[in-house]
Design a protein around this ligand. Structure first.
Ligand code: MN
Length: 257
């Protein structure tokens, strides 16, 4: 029988550290902006109901307004047309919300080239060094992009040709979708695809293939530089929004010290 008391003791002693991979959620949290002909997601907003005043003398509370895909969030398979018959966010099995984290570090590459695309050979090289991507694990694509997370302009990194942020090649997305049994892909950027992924073939290959393969996306992660390449346990907790395509998500990692 598994010993959760041992884990509780390790958490209490600090032998297992809890790292928050979540971006703070506030009105300034960067969001994806699509070309103007498309519908747009909302910024996160708080609307005060009462704060120990006439509206509620002893209590403070707010209403919130948010998109499903605002801030650190979970992409459910149904988010993309290729996954339209698959799970909405409320139906993702809870077993799939916890899994080992496998970190691939392309910070130097993304530093040199903000349009850097992770390719199959990068993943194969990682697997030669660390073993095959684990079934039921999260691939965490570290790019250093979260260092821009408090500056929406730098985070979007857009010019007249659109946003420039790192992503995956179509071949890498296909490899993750078809040749692995990972839970999904976690990224530091606003979405799992590159900023310029509209121009790839297919457009938005990670959304198209990974979600279409009943896998998931996690975005706008922070503190991934504090994770070991392997050995951390990642917990992603989206809200069970019925029929939802995704949800703002608290993402935690357990790391042995
Ligand atoms: Mn999304």
């Amino acid at each position: 029988m598994a010993d959760l008391n041992a884990l509780a003791a390790d958490l209490a002693s600090g032998a297992v550290e809890v790292i928050d991979l979540t971006s703070p959620l506030e009105s300034s949290t960067p969001i994806l902006e699509l070309p103007p002909e498309f519908g747009q997601t909302w910024h996160f907003e708080l609307e005060e109901i009462s704060k120990y005043d006439d509206r509620g003398p002893a209590w403070y509370w707010n209403n919130i307004r948010t998109g499903e895909h605002t801030g650190t969030h979970f992409d459910a398979p149904v988010h993309w047309i290729t996954g339209r018959d698959l799970d909405d966010v409320s139906r993702v099995p809870v077993r799939n919300l916890i899994g080992p984290a496998m970190v691939i570090d392309k910070t130097a590459e993304a530093d040199k080239n903000p349009d850097y695309l992770l390719d199959v050979e990068d993943i194969l090289q990682w697997e030669r060094e660390n073993g095959a991507l684990q079934d039921g694990g999260w691939l965490v694509y570290r790019t250093g992009w979260s260092s821009r997370g408090d500056d929406p302009v730098a985070f979007a990194n857009a010019d007249e040709s659109g946003p420039h942020t790192p992503g995956l090649t179509p071949a890498a997305a296909r490899y993750l979708a078809e040749s692995t049994n990972i839970l999904g892909l976690g990224v530091e950027t606003v979405g799992t695809d590159a900023g310029a992924a509209f121009g790839l073939e297919p457009p938005f290959p990670c959304h198209t293939m990974v979600l279409g393969a009943n896998k998931y996306g996690l975005t706008q992660l922070r503190n991934v530089d504090r994770l070991p390449r392997t050995g951390a346990l990642l917990i992603a907790a989206p809200l069970p929004i019925v029929n939802g395509s995704g949800s703002p998500c608290r993402v935690l990692a357990l790391v042995a010290r």
